[in-house]
Write a protein that binds this ligand. Sequence first.
Ligand code: MG
Length: 287
Amino acid sequence: VRLARYSIDGVVGLGLITDSEDGVVAIEKHLPAAPSDVLELIARWDDLRPELEALARRPADFRLGAVRLLAPVPRPGKMLAMAMNYADHVAEVIEAGIPVPDCQVWFSKAATAANGPFDPISLPRVSDRLDYEAELVIVIGKPCRYATREQAADAIFGYCVGNDVSVRDWQTRTSQWMLGKSFDSHGPHGPWIVTKDAVDPMTLDLTCTVNGEVRQSSNTRHLISDPIAEVEYLSQAMTLEPGDLLFTGTPGGCGCVRRPPTFLKVGDVVRVTIGGLGSIENQVVAD
Ligand code: MG
């Protein structure tokens, strides 16, 4: 099942994307008792699952082209991101002289950075070092703490496409990366959430293009820590909650490691595609 947030004629709704990926079934219209808040809907998913799965097979209420797709989780409780989780990217990082610990490295992106799948991303007033990072994103479905591997797998709701947009000078001028990863609009994700039963997260082609030119091309089988291991590890420190977004790391090819470094400019169009999950596309605008 593919869960989307959309707006049409100024009204925001939650919907299910049809199998042909050209229509939206409006949940509220057919299941008025379902929560209209995406965090609540995710939390109650197991209870409503039979109805929602039946709904996903109905004819569309709207053509996909007629709606605007919004951030599936516009205000996640937490947005965390893993660094150095693809071997080719780790090699680039070592070459750049950055020490690589042998445990998972996590940082926080501010929840206010969450952004829609087709909304603009801003070039900050205070930097010209704007960069892309194509990433698989895990969406948490159930609270978990000290999760076993089995419990971690069960706590995952689904997956979507993300871009861990980064402001490199702000990221690296201190040892904490948070500010450089947390600018407004720098957490675009979507275009919808694919529930975990519908996808094997370790087999997905992932690409990033800038103005149509391929900059990153990999497959999630090259992830060093798999999504379940990531949830398991994080849950040792904190309670993960429904709607939390976990960016799983980016492969090689970011603008900052190109020779010469190539940063995003106003007008550039960044597109991230993950096989089976869809694409997000964001244009750079001046802040
Ligand atoms: Mg990243």
